[in-house]
Design a protein around this ligand. Structure first.
Ligand code: CAA
Length: 248
């Protein structure tokens, strides 16, 4: 594919640990990468840091938990950059706590940001993918959506829901050359994971046969693999990347 005809990838939550690694890996692999951000100050710093490292990646504002905000963002990206070929639904937050302590707002924030966002973003790119007969939708879930985690009823429900979405949509759009897959990372060395109390984190790492946290680049590599033309027969799948923490 020539330089002017590069496939366009949108990564949501681009300024986070995983999002940043994904943007860099996809860029290095030859994609035209655009990212989504939510916090302006963070975005400005991020863009200048990326530029300094030689990555030409533009960020666009959008609150992915909001249907209209997402629609406006995608319209802007498609008019300024071009049609989105690959969507990486990566944006996510945690509001951990036992259900006994969980406030309704902690439940809704996590469900809306981590799961409803997948509906919002996918809804706004899907018709274009159908018309062009090509698309890649990659949903970033979690090992904790597969096995549950003490203190994460909201997060585990959202992450398990993402894979239900993946499986159903994969069936609906296979005939248009669109694949829909889930990646379920385990504990990766991001700010989100490092916010877990050290004692709890030590207990978690002790359950990982590889005995360490995952690297963001390891997840990013898998994202780029699933975005490629080569994976055209892979759909409705869930790729675990957790150092053996959860095998089934
Ligand atoms: N199993 C059993 N009991 C546990 C426990 C566990 N894993 N963790 C805590 N407890 C118990 C404590 O011993 C304590 O019991 P007592 O009251 O009898 O002493 C009680 O639960 C803790 O009470 P708190 O009032 O502190 O509970 P809380 O509602 O504030 O919740 C917590 C604590 C926030 C869940 C804390 O344990 C924690 O942060 N756990 C880690 C959760 C986690 O793994 N999050 C992952 C974030 S990263 C991510 O999500 C990325 C990804 O995809 C992997």
């Amino acid at each position: 594919m020539d330089k002017l005809n590069k496939r366009i990838v949108l990564v949501t939550g681009a300024t986070g640990g995983l999002g940043t690694a994904m943007c860099k890996e996809l860029y290095k692999d030859g994609y035209r990468v655009v990212g989504n951000y939510h916090t302006k100050e963070k975005a400005e710093k991020w863009m200048s840091a990326m530029k300094a490292e030689g990555f030409d990646i533009q960020l666009f504002y959008g609150d992915v938990s909001d249907y209209n905000s997402t629609g406006e963002m995608i319209k802007k990206i498609e008019s300024e950059v071009g049609p989105i070929d690959t969507l990486v639904n990566n944006a996510g937050i945690t509001r951990d706590g036992r259900l006994l302590n969980m406030k309704p707002e902690d439940w809704h924030a996590v469900i809306n940001t981590n799961l409803t966002s997948v509906f919002n973003c996918t809804k706004h790119v899907l018709q274009g993918m159908v018309d062009r007969k090509f698309g890649r939708i990659i949903n970033i879930s979690s090992v904790n959506g597969q096995r549950g985690q003490f203190g994460q009823t909201n997060y585990s429900a959202a992450k398990a829901g993402m894979h239900g979405f993946t499986k159903s949509l994969a069936m609906e759009v296979a005939k248009y050359g669109i694949t829909v897959n889930t990646i379920s990372p385990g504990y990766i060395g991001t700010d989100m994971v490092m916010a877990v109390p050290q004692k709890v984190l030590d207990q978690i790492v002790a359950q990982v046969p590889m005995g360490r946290l995952g690297g963001t680049h390891e997840v990013a590599h898998l994202v780029s693999f699933l975005a490629s033309e080569a994976t055209s027969f892979v759909t409705g799948a869930n790729y675990s990347i957790n150092g053996g923490q959860h095998v089934y």
